[in-house]
Design a protein around this ligand. Structure first.
Ligand SMILES: *[C@@H]1O[C@H](CO)[C@@H](O)[C@H](O)[C@H]1NC(C)=O
Ligand SMILES: *[C@@H]1O[C@H](CO)[C@@H](O)[C@H](O)[C@H]1NC(C)=O
Ligand SMILES: *[C@@H]1O[C@H](CO)[C@@H](O)[C@H](O)[C@H]1NC(C)=O
Ligand SMILES: *[C@@H]1O[C@H](CO)[C@@H](O)[C@H](O)[C@H]1NC(C)=O
Length: 400
């Protein structure tokens, strides 16, 4: 029994192709074809949305940060990081589980979500609700202990170009995609498709609504584990954009994941970043939703069986499992947003989990090379000699 792509999505895809074809048919401008990601393809009369990634909301319409108002230390940290990155953020209050009425948790059986994860679910749903209420075209949602690289706009620009290669129609034949398994593998699709190299991206139709493309529901850009789509998965597109020699990626020795095997580390060289569709994502500590995505999330993870943690519900949403339809979710390995761990008592790490009575001497952020938080001194002084948490190590220097 194969899960099917919802009819509405097929209709939308066909309609999009028609609209785009009409647009190009009527346009007197002959689109230029280029293979360089730097010189992005666009009809000259249209401004490319790509530049909007430089704006104060990173090319989304808003940035929300979820956290308890009482964790003022974290709000101070996020406020400073955002200021140092020229970012506008809006705090949204996390929710205590006692404030969630049992009757208000949709459930099909007795094992409905309880305790701290129930509060976390509600906090994320409140943000998604707000995005729908305000009819935002898209928004980025972060947890209040996340950190990122000072080069995040550069990273997101590369990510946007990669996302377009996977999900925007080809410029030269607007009813097909570079990834032959998008939007959905067919019965005759190959189990895998060739990698798309970042330095030779296909020319695609420029998006109109979001710099990241017009065809996505969720961009899962902060996580603690992802798989490449499994070869035998019948519904998830298989394409990968592979960006080699990305100096913002730490060497493989520094990378970790909850998802084994860690194919990125085992099969690709040092400093490789990959963009692809979500498979088995863990931890939603940073993700963007489009307006369509937010509406679908309300439908699928706020109003259907709430029986597990919100990151697992989002995984079901993306993969089309546990009674949900499959959706268009893109991700990146390694992720852009990671946990920052402040120096001090370990117990402050979480208001949910128990991290014990130990003490952390040195602050760190997982896998982020030029962390904004750890470079605050340098940034405040206007310096350029940034601390690299994960400097390259030469193999020969490791031998005794
Ligand atoms: C956007 O920012 C990058 C640096 O992150 C810079 O190289 C680029 O010129 C900027 N683009 C615009 C249109 O300001
Ligand atoms: C940033 O760009 C996005 C995408 O075009 C847009 O929706 C958003 O309003 C812009 N934000 C600001 C603060 O200009
Ligand atoms: C939401 O925004 C879209 C354009 O982004 C617009 O077409 C639509 O009418 C808006 N809906 C509401 C309820 O305002
Ligand atoms: C940059 O900082 C490192 C470590 O703090 C130091 O060893 C190095 O000399 C500095 N380089 C310059 C050019 O100031």
């Amino acid at each position: 029994m194969l899960p099917r792509v919802p009819l509405t999505r097929a209709v939308v895809a066909i309609a999009t192709v028609l609209v785009i074809s009409v647009f190009y048919f009527n346009s007197s401008v002959i689109p230029r074809v280029t293979s360089s990601p730097g010189a992005h393809t666009t009809a000259s009369s249209h401004r490319d949305l790509l530049d909007d990634i430089n704006n104060s909301t990173l090319g989304f319409q808003n940035i929300y940060v979820i956290g308890l108002p009482t964790r003022t230390d974290r709000r101070d940290g996020m406020r400073l990081q955002a200021a140092l990155s020229n970012m506008d953020i809006e705090f949204m209050d996390a929710v205590y589980p006692k404030d969630v009425l049992d009757k208000a948790v949709p459930a099909m059986s007795a094992d409905k979500l309880q305790g701290p994860p129930l509060g976390t679910w509600r906090a994320h749903i409140n943000v998604i609700h707000e995005i729908v209420r305000r009819n935002l075209t898209s928004a980025l949602i972060l947890e209040d202990d996340s950190d990122w690289d000072i080069r995040v706009r550069h990273q997101l620009r590369d990510f946007a170009l990669s996302a377009r290669a996977l999900t925007q129609p080809l410029l030269t034949s607007p009813n097909s995609y570079a990834d032959s398994t998008f939007p959905k593998p067919s019965d005759t699709s190959p189990a895998s498709v060739p990698d798309i190299p970042f330095d030779r991206l296909p020319a695609t139709v420029p998006p109109k609504a979001s710099p990241y493309g017009d065809n996505w529901d969720v961009l899962w850009v902060g996580h603690c584990g992802m798989h490449f789509p499994f070869e035998d998965n019948p519904v998830i597109p298989k394409g990968r954009v592979i960006h080699k020699d990305d100096e913002t990626v730490a060497q493989r020795r520094y990378l970790w994941t909850f998802n084994i095997p860690f194919t990125l580390k085992e099969k690709y060289p040092d400093h490789t970043r990959a963009v692809h569709h979500v498979q088995e994502g863990v931890c939603n500590l940073g993700y963007a939703v489009s307006q369509q995505g937010a509406r679908k999330l309300l439908h699928e993870i706020a109003l259907k069986d709430v029986n597990t943690a919100v990151d697992l519900l989002m995984r079901y949403f993306c993969e089309g499992t546990a009674g949900r339809k499959v959706h268009n979710c893109l991700t990146v390995q390694p992720a852009f947003f990671h946990h920052h761990r402040m120096a001090g008592p370990m117990s402050a790490t979480s208001d949910i989990g128990d991290y014990g009575d130990g003490f952390r001497d040195k602050a760190f952020t997982d896998m982020v090379r030029h962390s904004v938080r750890l470079n605050a001194d340098t940034l405040l002084e206007g310096g350029t000699n940034f601390t690299d948490q994960f400097p390259d190590v030469d193999e020969k220097d490791l031998r005794p």
